[in-house]
Design a protein around this ligand. Structure first.
Ligand code: IMP
Length: 196
């Protein structure tokens, strides 16, 4: 399947995400949504990460003939029945990273099971084809934040097999282990199978 000049437009303007995607989808020109749409802010009203990723991808595809890629991600804590889930970025009233982490630590008080996972759903639309892939990283939530790198819940999340939080790790190591990376690797395999 020919991909138009190997260009992919991503439903984000987040530089961090764009860099991560460029590192993995080598050989593709990765363009941000803002090059095609002013103020791209689709209403993420879905009930799952994949529904939200699909909403973003479909919204962008209306403006773009190139293939489009969209993602949605967040944290799921098992003893909290999957909270904060799709509400990860707006878990607390303030909605800041700090307040979200504080709320999470409070909700976990007294819980023995602190296991959690980051989830990412990526959706690629190429012509009529819709490809949806998920990536996970399992770990646990610690009792107080540690580290200054990363964002969101990184300071309280230790991935299985490690002793450092995501916020204490070198960003290059976190990016190798991340849920986004895993979803993106699966998307890359699909692109390769399309023989582009
Ligand atoms: P989005 O996919 O960029 O909308 O991410 C939603 C929210 O999930 C973020 O605001 C963070 O709170 C959380 N999140 C997603 N990925 C990560 C990560 O890699 N580290 C820490 N928090 C994350």
């Amino acid at each position: 399947m020919p991909l138009e000049n190997r260009v992919i437009v991503v439903a984000t303007n987040n530089e961090h995400k764009l860099r991560e995607i460029r590192e993995i989808l080598i050989g593709f020109e990765i363009l941000p949504a803002k090059e095609f749409v002013k103020d791209f802010k689709p209403n993420e009203a879905g009930n799952s990460f994949c529904e939200n990723a699909l909403i973003k991808a479909r919204a962008l595809k209306k403006y773009v003939d190139y293939p489009v890629l969209a993602d949605d991600s967040g944290l799921e804590v098992f003893s909290l029945n999957g909270e904060p889930g799709i509400y990860s970025s707006r878990y607390s009233a303030e909605g800041t990273d700090r307040a979200n982490v504080e709320k999470l630590l409070n909700r976990l008080k007294g819980k023995k099971d602190r296991s959690a996972r980051f989830v990412c759903c990526m959706v690629l639309i190429v012509g009529e084809r819709v490809i949806q892939k998920e990536g996970y990283v399992h770990g646990r939530i610690i009792y107080a934040p540690r580290g200054n790198n990363g964002f969101g819940y990184d300071p309280v999340f230790i991935p299985d097999g490690f002793e450092l939080t995501f916020a204490e790790m070198e960003p290059s190591l976190k990016n190798k282990l991340s849920h986004r990376r895993k979803a993106l690797e699966k998307i890359k395999a699909e692109l390769e199978a399309m023989d582009v």
